[in-house]
Design a binder for this molecule. Structure first.
Ligand code: PRP
Ligand code: ZN
Ligand code: MG
Length: 214
């Protein structure tokens, strides 16, 4: 594989996609973004953009298949992949929170003792429960987590909250925040010297873009 270009993985569609593309464009990197394309070449910088599912990005970066990735810290931390977090990007801020049914008279984290919690984040939730001395059953599901309490699948949920509208429309209230997240740039630990130089150039451009906004 060519070690003189940077492969940058971004989310194909979801909460990070638009701002990730915008950041790359604001860095002056031009590319042809044909609809449905999963890989595209930059035309004025030695880079390729890969469009992937966000949950897959830390693994690709760890393996060095992608050299850089833009993901939520929540996804990167949950994955426990061995990558470097090189820069915080300041967009897609959200929190990983525990929610319970609105009518539940929640008093504190010890109320979760012996309960079941549905989540896509078993690792981060497990760490939080352990740190708080709570023994609860973690129910790992891959999506539509917020429906679980109302159909009797779990007593509580642990999922990403941004506007809060998903919790609200499923009759839930947010009771604990366990992790605060924003988009970050992650990098492979196996970059060539050329790639390290390209990464420095890219980070310089990103910092300039960020400084111009403040
Ligand atoms: C998260 C989470 C909720 C929603 C909450 O999904 O799973 O469904 O966003 O946002 P809200 O508070 O603004 O309603 P995400 O977009 O991260 O998608 P994914 O879990 O499929 O990657
Ligand atoms: Zn996802
Ligand atoms: Mg989700």
């Amino acid at each position: 594989m060519a070690d003189n270009i940077l492969r940058i993985a971004i989310q194909k569609s979801g909460r990070l996609s638009e701002d990730s593309l915008k950041l790359i464009k604001e860095c002056g990197i031009r590319f042809d973004n044909g609809a449905g394309k999963l890989k595209t070449n930059a035309t004025n910088f030695p880079a390729e953009i890969l469009f992937l599912r966000d949950d897959d990005i830390p693994g690709y970066v760890e393996d060095g298949v992608a050299h850089l990735g833009i993901v939520g810290e929540n996804v990167s931390e949950e994955s426990a992949r061995d990558v470097d977090t090189v820069h915080k990007l300041g967009f897609s801020r959200c929190r990983l929170s525990i929610g319970v049914l609105r009518e539940h008279d929640y008093q504190g984290v010890s109320d979760l003792q012996g309960k079941s919690i549905a989540t896509t984040y078993p690792r981060l939730l497990g760490q939080y429960l352990e740190a708080n001395g709570v023994n609860a059953a973690i129910h790992e599901i891959s999506g539509s987590v917020e429906i679980a309490p109302s159909i009797g699948l779990a007593d509580a949920v642990c999922d990403i909250v941004s506007s809060g509208s998903t919790l609200l429309s499923n009759g839930l209230k947010e009771v604990e925040t366990i992790f605060r997240s924003e988009a970050v740039m992650i990098a492979s630990k196996h970059l060539s010297d050329t790639q390290k130089t390209l990464l420095d150039q890219l980070l310089f451009r990103i910092k300039s873009v960020q400084a111009a906004k403040n």
